[in-house]
Design a protein around this ligand. Structure first.
Ligand code: GLU
Length: 417
């Protein structure tokens, strides 16, 4: 029985096996580090505003415990499943290892549509879910953070519920919190800023002038929005964006501030006046210098990979490209910034938040950004050089670097008993 069996989990396993084959990892170590270490499945009864009680399914998966507590976001999405969450936990492991954070990967999920819940319902759901997770979370055990459908407010409720249970304030149990209760400056923007930084490094490498470049962003949530602003800072034109309700395109460039206001008013980018509506599935095929998938997994597949007309594919999302699509892209001139490198800025600043919380000593935003860019620069150089010297695609290089660190740690710790 494989409780995680699902297209996304199987895809994460295929990527792992490719890296493990490249590293020639012994079967024994492979098996030990591939399967998630633990998963807790919980039933979350929530009283709705109309007085009725509904039950939601939730889980938390901790992938490996080889070198510290586990770390990763919590996703609220109608389609969240144990298998998807396990895949996301696995990717967190390789991501944290790649950029040198002392964490194993984790992820949590609740199958719900946060857009359809009132604030009170969302709070009751979050507090009950947190209560169910208390045996397996904590600043030295497993530290959640925001992911799709969750934000700083949700993190504040988690921190409060955990702190009430413990009897003292425990900011280090969660990252991505509001600044007032121990959050870090720059955390909200960190994933998008990191994506922007790495795209500019890719542009340098490919001799693309950022000030003349164009970008297409699929998914205009926290990651997509901040990546768009980070690119615009260097003069890159954002020509199209999409979300789950629609896509908009303007060859002359979208006015980002107006777009953000439109999204705040309407809950979607669809209907934005400063652009034309296009079909969401067409967005990935638009000619541009960089395409940023910043939504769900498995968006770039064997069906559309050959239609990509970008020079750089910058994976703001986790797992946006399937292995079949990777094989097509390997024969094209698309430069891939793989997810575990490209979107690592978020968890890097989560790590900074955790360190600040444990020390009760807080940094300026300039310090946070400076430390973030240093880590990303090192990882970028490492992955690009490894890909070049080993003659492998960027994903294989990034995965191999991440996986080998976990494999070494597991081997050094040995097997108990
Ligand atoms: N959810 C984010 C990710 O997928 C951030 C996780 C974290 O900060 O722990 O990388």
């Amino acid at each position: 029985m494989n409780p995680y069996d699902s297209p996304t989990y199987n895809m994460a396993c295929e990527q792992f096996e490719q890296a493990a084959n490249f590293l020639d990892l012994p079967e024994e170590i492979r098996k030990r580090i591939k399967s998630p270490k633990r998963a807790l499945i919980v039933n979350i009864p929530v009283r709705h505003d109309d007085g009725s009680v509904r039950n939601y399914h939730g889980c938390r998966v901790q992938h490996h415990l080889a070198f510290g507590p586990t770390k990763g976001g919590i996703r609220y999405h109608p389609d969240a499943t144990l298998g998807e969450v396990a895949a996301l936990a696995m990717w967190m492991s390789w991501k944290c290892a790649l950029v040198g954070l002392p964490y194993g990967g984790a992820k949590g999920g609740v199958a719900c549509d946060p857009k359809k819940l009132s604030k009170g319902e969302l709070e009751r759901l979050t507090r009950r879910y947190t209560q169910e997770l208390i045996p397996i979370i904590g600043p030295y055990i497993d530290i959640p953070a925001p992911d799709m459908g969750t934000d700083a407010q949700v993190m504040a409720w988690i921190m409060d519920t955990y702190s009430v249970h413990m009897g003292y304030s425990t900011p280090g149990v969660v990252t991505g919190k509001p600044i007032e209760i121990g959050g870090s400056l720059g955390r909200t923007e960190a994933t998008g800023r990191g994506v922007g930084y790495l795209i500019n490094r890719a542009f340098d490498l490919l001799k693309i002038d950022a000030a003349k470049a164009t970008a297409v962003v699929q998914g205009f949530g926290n990651v997509g929005e901040h990546a768009a602003f980070a690119l615009a800072l260097h003069g890159t034109k954002i020509i199209a964006v999409s979300d789950s309700s629609g896509a908009v395109y303007n060859k002359a460039g979208l006015h980002l501030d107006d777009l953000v206001i439109h999204k705040a008013d309407h809950g979607t980018v669809a209907g934005f006046k400063g652009a034309d509506a296009i079909k969401p599935e067409e967005i990935v095929a638009l000619p541009c210098d960089v395409l940023v998938p910043a939504a769900l997994e498995r968006e770039i597949t064997e069906k559309n990979a050959a239609r990509l007309k970008c020079r750089v594919l910058a994976e703001g999302a986790n797992g946006p490209t399937t292995p079949e699509a990777d094989r097509i892209l390997a024969n094209s001139d698309v430069f891939v910034l793989p997810d575990i490198l490209c979107n690592s800025g978020g968890v890097v600043v989560s790590y900074f938040e955790w360190v600040q919380d444990l020390q009760n000593f807080f940094w300026s935003e300039a310090e946070v950004n400076d430390k973030l860019y240093r880590i990303l620069e090192k990882a970028f150089v490492h992955v690009t050089q490894f890909a070049k010297t080993s003659q492998v695609p960027m994903r294989t290089a990034a995965m191999a670097l991440g996986v080998s660190k976990v494999a070494k740690a597991a081997a050094q710790r040995g097997l108990f008993p």
